[in-house]
Ligand binder design. Structure first.
Ligand code: BES
Ligand code: ZN
Length: 453
């Protein structure tokens, strides 16, 4: 992406400040300067650049005036409409899926309708597609036992004798003689990945992990396995373990899953302005389990609402509004955006404000960059809510991608959503008041930075 750090954009920043104009007018001057750049009438623009360059940043900050009369007020209800569009109408938005693309299109449409230069920024992700697993006894077509895939297991079906391998420790596997067999192990003590690695090293051709608590379970491997790896319920595992020894059991383990390359995309809208950039961002992808109303249609919706309000407000900054994809699979969208920035663009970033899970819960919390968090707490108190502190946040959400490259980043969220990552993360729990507060907090931090406070 290209950020307006050039002299020409600096000139536009000056124009914007002088005119304290609405965004529409800024865009008009943008078009004018583009066309003037190659013509003899470039002179006024060059003069404006000189003016802007001789202004100290304090002077720039001082010339930032109060919101124009015409600027609309931030509306929690407006933001809530975006939450329902994203979570009720579209639903779960897993990176790389059709729903995620629908959401990206929706967001791009909204930003464009507000007048922002908007791009979809694609990047490749690998996602694990789990289409189900099976365990059959007595060979193919025998008794079926309900099974779940250990996520990242290789795909494929294997027929072999089942043997009991205890907890899957190397000694147990060696004495059980698992080479060429499917090994049954109990969950516990070792990580799933360690059990799988031990089984592979001992020559097993498949692995079945049974739960150490009642019922079935879902597990994740930290690395792809070389052999099919599944999980079954405790009762099924115990019954099998009891039968093994006296009995020899033929089994088939099947995993219908594969790793696929997919395209994810960030949605990035920008408004040219001064030499420093403020980024408002939030992820719009969700987990598969639910519609992600609070996590994170809420933050995305507030970013959209900030874009609506800021379109008609004066600012000394270049503004970027970013909706990140693929946060839920490792902050990939924000990492990609940051990776595309030039060193100059990174240096020009005055602040990144990340909104993630801002629609549900009793208390607002801020974290990340200490100086920004201090400003945010003051703003929050002025708004009548005391924001709690999260301290330095390492991972967790997209601000971390910016922190990693040295951009001061603020994390805004609310505590204790009981429906986090669940099917019940629904719009009915997201309140307009909470959205409104998060938006005003972000706006207040912007204003404080603009005024040099
Ligand atoms: N929205 C959450 C992070 C979060 C949790 C924000 C609680 C506010 C309160 C985010 O989508 C998430 O689930 N992050 C993961 C880590 C990520 C790298 C996959 C997490 O926190 O476990
Ligand atoms: Zn989230």
């Amino acid at each position: 992406m290209s950020h307006p750090t050039s002299r020409r954009w600096l000139a536009l920043g000056a124009f914007a400040l002088i005119a304290t104009t609405a965004f529409g007018a800024v865009r008009a001057s943008n078009a004018t300067s583009e066309s003037l750049a190659a013509s003899p009438s470039t002179a006024p623009v060059v003069l404006a650049v000189a003016d802007a360059e001789t202004q100290s940043s304090a002077a720039v900050a001082q010339s930032f005036s109060a919101p124009a009369e015409t600027a609309p007020a931030l509306s929690g209800d407006e933001a809530r409409r975006h939450v329902t569009a994203l979570s009720d109408t579209i639903g779960s938005r897993v990176a790389g899926t059709d729903n995620q693309r629908r959401a990206a299109d929706y967001l791009a449409e909204q930003f464009r309708a507000l007048g922002y230069a908007t791009t979809l920024q694609p990047f490749t992700i690998t996602s694990y597609d789990d289409r189900g697993s099976m365990l059959e006894l007595g060979g193919a077509g025998g008794q079926a036992i309900a099974a779940t895939t250990l996520q990242s297991s290789t795909g494929g079906a294997i027929d072999a004798e089942l043997v009991d391998g205890g907890l899957g420790r190397p000694g147990e596997l060696a004495s059980a003689g698992v080479a060429g067999k499917i090994v049954l192990v109990e969950r516990g003590e070792l990580r799933f990945s360690e059990k799988v690695a031990n089984a592979e090293r001992a020559g097993a051709v498949g692995i079945v992990v049974y739960n150490n608590q009642p019922g079935p379970f879902t597990g994740n491997l930290t690395a792809p396995s070389a052999i099919p790896a599944i999980g079954i319920a405790q009762a099924d595992g115990r019954a099998l373990s009891d039968r093994l020894g006296p009995e020899s059991i033929a089994a088939r383990v099947g995993v219908n899953a594969s790793t696929e390359s997919r395209t994810a995309q960030n949605v990035i809208a920008s408004r040219p302005g001064g030499p420093q950039t403020v980024v408002f961002g939030g992820h719009f992808d969700s987990v598969e389990a639910g519609p992600g109303a609070n996590d994170n249609a809420s933050g995305t919706a507030v970013v959209l609402e900030l874009a609506r309000v800021m379109a008609a407000r004066p600012t000394p900054f270049t503004l970027t509004f970013a909706a990140f994809d693929a946060e839920e699979i490792g902050l990939l969208g924000s990492a990609h955006m940051v990776g595309q920035l030039s060193p100059d663009e990174v240096r020009s970033m005055r602040a990144m404000i990340n909104l993630d899970m801002v629609g549900v819960g009793d208390a607002a919390r801020v974290g990340g960059d200490a100086a920004l968090a201090t400003i945010a707490k003051r703003v929050s108190a002025d708004l009548g809510q005391q924001a709690g502190s999260l301290g330095e946040v390492g991972g967790g959400s997209d601000h971390a991608s910016f922190t990693r490259v040295g951009v001061p980043a603020l994390f805004i969220h609310r505590t204790n959503d009981p429906n986090y990552h669940s099917p019940n993360d629904r719009s009915k729990y997201v309140t307009a008041d909470n959205l409104q507060f998060a938006g005003q907090l972000a706006l207040g931090v912007h204003d404080a930075l603009a005024a040099g406070r």
